[in-house]
Ligand binder design. Structure first.
Ligand SMILES: C[S@@+](CC[C@H](N)C(=O)[O-])C[C@H]1O[C@@H](n2cnc3c(N)ncnc32)[C@H](O)[C@@H]1O
Length: 283
């Protein structure tokens, strides 16, 4: 889509401006979300028009004007073109997710990761999703595996309200349970030693909450899916740095483990990466 957008824009922007047009746009349902550098901010309406012209199912173009931040991982948005709305239905792997981009975190860029995890879930497993958001990981597992239950925790009441709506929309009431609150206190009080698998899709806090993820697992062990953000220069490996960081923490906690899989999920800025480790915890 970017190529077509650039083609259209080439008659309206100069070369320097064209070089600064974002490399990609996020499409969430019928909303396009773009980040426009400050120097070409005054050109955002022209860029938005090109996006809508190229992709006729887009009804709204929003500009993200801050990075995602705070406990709820929200970003400030500005309406640029089309219907003035932040709510949409996003479809992924035959699941539907109602999302309000102004009130909850959502990224279409994690879709491969969501299906990758769903394919690992074995029949009858109990899963704890510590940072569930609107339920993307949980609902895709419920629809595409024979999971028994996915306890889905989030501290943002708006995320839990949408998660409940999405559980109903996707008819997975028997498999996904929404739980409002801090993952640490919910696991301490209600979900100790219950899970075969624990998901930690919040890179900013996963390290701090590793001990709690372990606590949620059955006494016989299980798997933790650990996400992090890692800085690495040209000669360093972001994966190795994540492995070293996590292994030393698990050693401190005296937890026997084996890293069974690792990968770079995506690049998030110059020399910054989102990484994932699948950690097999022994009993
Ligand atoms: C990066 S989002 C992930 C959302 C979801 N897994 C997805 O990929 O669509 C992280 C979520 O963790 C929630 N969160 C932050 N701190 C938390 C905590 N201490 N306990 C539970 N949820 C928390 C935020 O509200 C946010 O919805």
């Amino acid at each position: 889509m970017r190529k077509q957008v650039i083609n259209l824009l080439s008659q309206k922007l100069n070369h320097e401006e064209l070089d600064l047009v974002p490399k990609s746009f996020d499409i969430v349902g019928d909303i396009a979300l773009m980040r426009v550098p400050d120097v070409i901010r005054h050109r955002r309406l022209i860029i938005a028009k090109a996006i809508m012209e190229v992709n006729n199912h887009i009804k709204t173009v929003l500009c993200q004007i801050t990075p995602t931040r705070g406990t709820f991982r929200l970003r400030k948005l500005e309406h640029v073109l089309g219907e003035e709305k932040t709510v949409t239905i996003h479809r992924e792997f035959s699941c539907a997710f109602q999302v309000d981009l102004s009130k909850v975190y959502f990224s279409p860029r994690l879709s491969y990761e969501r299906m990758r995890i769903a394919r690992l879930v074995k029949p009858g497993e109990i899963v704890v999703n510590m940072f569930a958001g609107v339920g993307t990981f949980s609902i895709i597992q419920a629809k595409h595996s024979e999971v028994k239950k996915v306890y889905s925790i989030d501290v943002n009441p708006e995320a839990i309200a949408l998660l409940n709506k999405n559980i109903w929309l996707n008819r997975v009431e028997d498999k996904v349970e929404a739980m409002l609150g801090d993952a640490r206190s919910i696991i301490d009080n209600e979900l100790t030693n219950v899970a075969d698998r624990v998901l930690m899709p919040l890179p900013e806090k996963a390290y701090e909450y590793l001990d709690v993820a372990f606590k949620a697992l059955r006494l016989t062990g299980g798997t933790i899916h650990y996400y992090d953000f890692m800085n690495a220069n040209k000669i360093e490996s972001p994966i190795q740095k994540t492995v070293d960081k996590v292994t030393s923490r698990l050693k401190e906690l005296r937890i026997l483990n084996e890293i069974t899989f690792s990968r770079i999920v995506r690049s998030i800025g110059p020399r910054w990466y989102q990484t994932v480790l699948d950690i097999k915890i022994k009993s």
